[in-house]
Design a protein around this ligand. Structure first.
Ligand SMILES: [Zn+2]
Length: 421
């Protein structure tokens, strides 16, 4: 008899996305979702020990040796969604700006006038750590209700020393107290703070000399990110910050080529970034550089849907160039107040031309690689952490088809049922 803590069967379709733990799926392989009809999974001590056709697992004795049995009742199973780009911790909301944009105002000109990101900066600076924790917890639990089991969370709504550290400490506290994994990223270079509007070099030095060393000392962030964009951080400033962060052990990420092409993709390749995110305005040359350096493209179609009047990242061109594609929500109060990864899959297939299978690898194994966690997370195969979700659907292609519904009924994180069951 083979003993396990939890055994799940009656899984109509088991989407494993197996075989990419060492390297992200790219090119034609991004369609390989490892589909098993009538599947079963066995879990022991938070780790998957067997996953495959039900008959095989039964024959191996996993069912009879199970501490707990869960009948999936014909639902489909996927690896838990991984959201590799969010701005989870913030105060306030920006529906007024949303309505202004609907009336035709432009995102970057709102920022230039001291609104947009700077509006959230003012609200976040005046919020207490407890208030930020409560808000962050509310949003994180809403995301997990919809199947997200791991998410990245950025600072960047403080810009000053105290608030940036406050945000990162709240992210750490959320990671410790919720049944979700949060990956912290420092994004001090999200906008120029009001007090440094006339002294941009001074702000860069402040980040390099004061903030980065303290974040590294307290191990508050795993990644460092920069909003490389016209009117925000130039290519040169972004390069300087990411190189300084790397020296302190923070891995580089980049908001690259979102609205204007500043050769952010090329910069991501040059500094060895784990991912380059957005990429709506990326060039063919930028994609070649990313493919050669193994940089993952994190695409954020929610932002394009809400903000950019029909301009989406050229996802097909990326797959053709051999760039591994991941998807994220970009959840934030300004340019992407969306948290459902299933809805992101819908947008990716409807608006960016990804195949359903490509979008599924993009929200699971490739998203895990975009957070440097591909060896541990993102697929259902022996040895992987047991993060999986059950959706009340008959076929995985219904994930984008029934758009806007939350069909996630069961969420399992590290072998523990955190929703349903
Ligand atoms: Zn972002």
């Amino acid at each position: 008899m083979s003993s396990c803590d939890l055994y799940i069967d009656q899984i109509k379709q088991l989407v494993t996305v197996k075989g990419f733990s060492q390297q992200a799926a790219r090119g034609a392989s991004q369609q390989e979702i490892g589909l098993i009809e009538d599947g079963a999974v066995a879990i022991r001590q938070g780790v998957i020990i067997a996953a495959g056709p039900k008959k095989e697992l039964e024959r191996a004795g996993w069912k009879s040796g199970a501490g707990r049995y869960l009948n999936a009742g014909g639902m489909i199973a996927l690896p838990g969604f991984i959201d590799p780009h969010t701005h989870l911790v913030f105060a306030g909301s920006r529906e007024e700006e949303f309505v202004a944009r609907l009336r035709g105002e432009d995102y970057l000109s709102i920022l230039e006038q001291g609104g947009g990101i700077l509006h959230t900066v003012r609200a976040t600076r005046s919020a207490s750590a407890e208030e930020l924790f409560r808000a962050g917890k509310k949003w994180a639990l809403r995301l997990s209700e919809m199947g997200t089991t791991t998410l990245e969370a950025k600072s960047g709504y403080g810009l000053d020393f105290v608030t940036e550290l406050k945000q990162l400490k709240v992210i750490r506290e959320l990671n410790q107290s919720l049944p979700l994994e949060l990956v912290p990223t420092y994004l001090g270079a999200h906008a120029w703070p009001e007090e440094y509007q006339a002294d941009h070099p001074g702000y860069l030095q402040f980040i390099i000399k004061r903030v980065l060393p303290e974040i590294a000392r307290l191990k508050l962030a795993e990644f460092c990110d920069v909003f490389c964009e016209k009117g925000v951080f130039s290519r040169q400033a972004s390069k300087l910050l990411l190189e300084e962060a790397s020296k302190l052990g923070l891995k580089p990420k980049l908001h690259a080529d979102e609205i204007n092409n500043l050769e952010g993709a090329e910069l991501a390749a040059e500094v060895g970034a784990v991912s380059a995110d957005h990429l709506v305005a990326v060039s063919e040359k930028g994609l070649k550089a990313m493919a050669a350096a193994g940089v993952i493209a994190v695409l954020l179609p929610g932002t394009s849907f809400i903000l950019q009047k029909g301009h989406y990242a050229p996802a097909r061109q990326m797959i053709g160039a051999g760039v591994p594609v991941a998807l994220a929500s970009d959840f934030n109060p300004g340019s992407s107040p969306v948290g459902s990864m299933a809805l992101i899959v819908s947008l990716a297939v409807i608006k960016m031309g990804l195949a359903v299978e490509e979008a599924i690898t993009a929200v699971t194994i490739n998203a895990a690689h975009a957070l440097d966690r591909g060896e541990r997370l993102g697929s259902i195969e022996p040895g992987k952490q047991a993060d999986l979700i059950l959706l009340e659907l008959d076929d995985y292609r219904q994930i984008p088809y029934y758009f806007g519904f939350n069909t996630v009924k069961v969420v399992i994180k590290k072998g523990r049922l955190i929703k349903g069951g």
